[in-house]
Ligand binder design. Sequence first.
Ligand SMILES: Cc1cc2nc3c(=O)[nH]c(=O)nc-3n(C[C@H](O)[C@H](O)[C@H](O)COP(=O)(O)OP(=O)(O)OC[C@H]3O[C@@H](n4cnc5c(N)ncnc54)[C@H](O)[C@@H]3O)c2cc1C
Ligand SMILES: *[C@@H]1O[C@H](CO)[C@@H](O)[C@H](O)[C@H]1NC(C)=O
Ligand SMILES: *[C@@H]1O[C@H](CO)[C@@H](O)[C@H](O)[C@H]1NC(C)=O
Ligand SMILES: *[C@@H]1O[C@H](CO)[C@@H](O)[C@H](O)[C@H]1NC(C)=O
Length: 535
Amino acid sequence: MQSCEISADSTDDPLSSGLRRKRQPRIVVIGAGLAGLSAAKALLESGFTDVTILEATDRIGGRVQSVKLGHATFELGATWIHGSHGNPVYHLAEDNGLLEETTDGERSVGRISLYSKNGVAYHLTNSGQRIPKDVVEEFSDLYNEVYNLTQEFFQRGKPVNAESQNSVGVFTRDVVRKRVKADPDDTEAVKRLKLAMIQQYLKVESCESSSHSMDEVSLSEFGEWTEIPGAHHIIPCGFIKIVEILARSIPESVIQLRKPVKCIHWNQSVSKEIETVADHNSDLPEEDKGSDVFVECEDCEFIPADHVIVTVSLGVLKKRHESLFHPRLPEEKVMAIEKLGINTTDKIFLEFEEPFWSSECNSIQFVWEDEAESESLTYPEELWYKKICSFDVLYPPERYGHVLSGWICGEEALIMEKCDDETVAETCTEMLRKFTGNPNIPKPRRILRSSWGSNPNFRGSYSYTQVGSSGADVEKLAKPLPYAESSKTAPMQVMFSGEATHRKYYSTTHGAVLSGQREAAHLIEMYQDLLQCQS
Ligand SMILES: Cc1cc2nc3c(=O)[nH]c(=O)nc-3n(C[C@H](O)[C@H](O)[C@H](O)COP(=O)(O)OP(=O)(O)OC[C@H]3O[C@@H](n4cnc5c(N)ncnc54)[C@H](O)[C@@H]3O)c2cc1C
Ligand SMILES: *[C@@H]1O[C@H](CO)[C@@H](O)[C@H](O)[C@H]1NC(C)=O
Ligand SMILES: *[C@@H]1O[C@H](CO)[C@@H](O)[C@H](O)[C@H]1NC(C)=O
Ligand SMILES: *[C@@H]1O[C@H](CO)[C@@H](O)[C@H](O)[C@H]1NC(C)=O
């Protein structure tokens, strides 16, 4: 890696900071995902003219990534708009006619099929048996009852007891197990099936929360994540349409792609350096030399700014915060970054020549009978596929072809990412043969999958409240730097937005959009006099 040096004229111009106030503040947004684009759009619409977005990759959208194969669009990242009224993503989609009329049957409900009401989920075991519908229904009711209990700790301030280790996984497994074992109506065989189902449901839950396992997800904070009421919608022409609509109001020149940021020099650290550097070969305009912040890019360009809005994922912050900020982040901020959780949820799309599933089947859920008594859900490397919880059937086939969409999370998702397409396709097909009891399922025609965990620009799928963290850590993550006594006097050199900075809606597209708008609103308020003058 190159090291960049800044050399500059010495400047002792006492007017430089005065001059800065007269011109438009310079705002640099790092990341062209939903948070960054929403922030930039709001700033530009309020009259700011000096806004730049720096994006590491060669595309906008970040964790929204729609891939077109033939006529169909597949989502490697975000898929569902969760909830309707009050959800800014829903309103964008609705206002732009992106939501097709859906009958109840066609509507996707829930992020994964566990909560799907259309069609039937097939719960299959590794001995090739289908678990009877009534057993699945009974178990599902029991699981949902216990899920409801997990919500009460936050919502009603119910104290957690030590046995639960403040973990959703430990608590759920214990309570469901006790109830299954105590049920006098079930035979031993049915009890065993239900015990195995707990593990499968927890894998699904873990895919939904993008954790390694539910044992890492905080019980006392679980209920803080808030659901916006309403149906869950997909965007048939691709979620990327939302991104394109946001970007429409942003001039092309504002967005710089393939422009990875290496370090954010804040607290006037570069300005102070310029003051003490003696040589006279700076090409920086005089007015930039006193800038509070300099954004150093991997290509060695230093971009002066008054305000920087950082939207990179919590995963990127975890991995890189030490080198990404100069001076280093305050201890409180580092603690929040370390305590909050993010892990990997990946999707595996398999396209088959012909469906081998019945038309009523909306998903295949993998229940391993040998896991009935297991505690943790961590596997030796070669057994990574045991973490795949299910395959959803994409509907309707006229749109997608005969495609299954699989889910895997945690460490095992990272192992899957390292395998080649051939291995993953073969392993998944073998698994489908075993669980359906049909040894003749042919290999899929095509495979497509995500790799959010190992991608250096993401390092994970989305955030969750890890055991030991709380909503207060989300607030700490969002707090602008340097810290100030009151928000009125805060210089707001470095601001934070992105999915993980939204206390109630973290992990979602609407959380990302709202967090971008929130940080823009701080700057709009700060400069209201200037903005009013020019309008
Ligand atoms: C598999 C998956 C499924 C999901 N499903 C749903 C769903 O159904 N519904 C839903 O609402 N949400 C879902 N989400 C979550 C949703 O996609 C995210 O919450 C949201 O897109 C995050 O937006 P963001 O702007 O906060 O971050 P990002 O989209 O990550 O944007 C940050 C940007 O910063 C860039 N960047 C990183 N480092 C640098 C650097 N050094 N310099 C410059 N740029 C940099 C990145 O390339 C990226 O473009 C899903 C996510 C995944 C991964
Ligand atoms: C769980 O709680 C929701 C909302 O309070 C309620 O509608 C639902 O019936 C409950 N489910 C079970 C299985 O108790
Ligand atoms: C920021 O700069 C001031 C003044 O030079 C200094 O006292 C302070 O310690 C710096 N803060 C950090 C976090 O480095
Ligand atoms: C996810 O969790 C596993 C297991 O704890 C860990 O090895 C990995 O680094 C985590 N991070 C990501 C991005 O998946």
